[in-house]
Design a protein around this ligand. Sequence first.
Ligand code: PEP
Ligand code: MN
Length: 338
Amino acid sequence: MIIVMDAGATKEQTDEVIRRIKEIGYTPHIIQGVERNIIGAVGDERGKARLQSLESLPGVESVVPILKPYKLTSRQVKPENSIISIGDLKIGGDNIIIIAGPCSVESMEQLMEAARAVKDAGAQILRGGAFKPRTSPYSFQGMEEEGLKILAEVRNETGLPFVTEVMNPREVGLVADYTDIVQVGARNVQNFSLLKELGGVDKPILLKRGLMTTIKEFLMAAEYILSEGNHEVILCERGIRTFETATRNTLDLGAIPVLKQETHLPIIVDPSHATGNWRYVEPMSRAAIAAGADGLMIEVHPRPEEAFSDGSQSLKPKKFTALMNNLRPFVKAAGRTM
Ligand code: PEP
Ligand code: MN
């Protein structure tokens, strides 16, 4: 249920509503709006009638049911866009955010070279996997904590915040200690124990859509994180599996306007994993911006032919710089800044 407070509701009135929500056995989530505050009361169906009666309390404008299965994630609960801050950067506002870097952290030299190149081209956030979810157990599995240390050192040198993946609930604390944004990969989007663990972390989460995840399932996965108290979730469309084999996955551009309608969370697009081929990354980047994405995550490697993973979809720094320059007019046409 949503408890919509009056525009002039006092702190005491709001506190009383929160106290009553807890008494009924629900968890209150306060969502601060521009004009008025909204309190999302989340719990099972049984206390619904008692919650409805809160409508008679002073300071309460109305109590309305949340119609969607995802509650805190839905636009009904929070009509305005969520903006997630990483230092001075804002994800979900007018500015398009570009995250770029190699698939995997391979060495200090490789990451430093990639970071300097993407920064020069205008990227604001570095990416690089230290724990890699590979299809084969015989493929490179990532540098693990050593990789996290390299990421942190490159951040010190370049000033670029970074995003890196966590695969296992046991490693959430470790990864969250190092990183600016914690990534959940496509294969873990419905790893509910991992999602619950991330709900208790005070770092933003970049949640990737799974290969076989419907939009509703994707939003329910985000709901796991929000319902545990972490409201800083960035959604990432990275292609889904279809009958088409010409591209690695099929980029679901239609998901962007649907997600924009359904949720207040920012949405970025990863055209690298979506296409699996560096040649298609630029056109899909433009398309994603046209469709309303808030940012892009792009794989860039100083020498893709030597990459330990995903070389075929990684752009060389020069190609990435060209992509960034070619993207600017599209960003402007979409009414955004870059
Ligand atoms: C990645 O971004 O490094 C990655 C493994 O992507 P995905 O989980 O989307 O396959
Ligand atoms: Mn990759």
